[in-house]
Design a binder for this molecule. Structure first.
Ligand SMILES: Nc1nc2c(ncn2[C@@H]2O[C@H](COP(=O)(O)OP(=O)(O)OP(=O)(O)O)[C@@H](O)[C@H]2O)c(=O)[nH]1
Ligand SMILES: [Mg+2]
Length: 227
């Protein structure tokens, strides 16, 4: 069954309920990125396999988790560790990959309540998803190179075959990682699908897109990937 890579930077408050909600057969691989609030200990106490990645960055943590995930079953999932996503939705995302109907499945976030997804973050994400759709429009593609990508959201809950994901050779180690995965998968001709997943207000203090600085950093990193 799939391993679930969860990048974590100071999410000790969110981890207990999140890890308790892992569906049967899904193993949490928590990648601690230098937390100072005891996240690693909390994760281990709740049954997660804990990986330490000293190099800061969302992509660095996801990459370390991907490398550390079990190679046996072949499908690896990703999700945030802040309580905004429900592990119970993982089978919806992993299902089409496990049944070989898709190569990469993303959870398209459906905000539950007005505090779940700040307007500026949602708007920035919509612009980037639009740019991905525009770039991968059939007419713009080099012949035979790729498939059109119709994603509405460049979201953090996703599933893909582990070895093929490693084979994509993702280079970003910061906040462009989720976008680079989608672009490289598209270029490689992967079947990409999207399933709706509920998105709730995070537990604990907002760090990335909940802050203007964090959103600016994400937009910057994604712009580098788009270039
Ligand atoms: N490894 C690593 N993980 C991070 C970093 N920043 C955030 N994370 C983790 O990555 C996941 C996504 O980060 P979030 O802070 O939830 O980012 P976001 O959802 O865009 O914005 P907020 O929820 O508003 O903070 C969470 O599990 C964080 O703990 C980082 O610099 N390095
Ligand atoms: Mg979050």
């Amino acid at each position: 069954m799939p391993d679930v890579v969860i990048p974590v930077l100071n999410e000790a408050r969110a981890l207990p309920s999140l890890l308790s909600a892992m569906p049967p057969g899904y193993r949490a691989v928590v990648v601690d990125n230098g937390s100072t609030d005891g996240s690693a200990e909390v994760a281990a106490a709740h049954g997660a396999h804990v990986v330490h990645e000293p190099r800061r960055g969302f992509g660095a943590a996801c990459y370390a988790g991907l490398q550390a995930s079990a190679p046996d079953d072949g499908v690896v999932c990703f999700m945030d560790g802040d309580g905004s996503l429900d592990p119970a939705d993982l089978p919806l995302v992993a299902g089409p990959v496990l049944s070989d109907e898709a190569d990469l499945v993303l959870g398209a976030r459906k905000p539950m309540g007005k505090n779940a997804w700040p307007f500026h973050a949602r708007a920035a994400n919509a612009v980037i998803a639009w740019e991905v759709r525009r770039r991968t429009a059939a007419a713009a593609l080099p012949a035979g190179a790729a498939v059109r990508c119709r994603l509405r959201d460049i979201g953090p809950m996703r599933a893909a075959p582990r070895d093929r994901l490693i084979g994509l050779g993702l280079l970003d180690r910061r906040f462009g990682w989720p976008l680079e995965m989608v672009l490289r998968a598209t270029t490689a001709g992967w079947r990409i699908a999207e399933v709706p997943v509920p998105y709730r207000p995070r537990i604990g203090r907002s760090k990335v897109t909940g802050t203007v600085l964090g959103t600016a950093r994400t937009i910057h990193d994604m712009s580098v990937v788009l270039r």
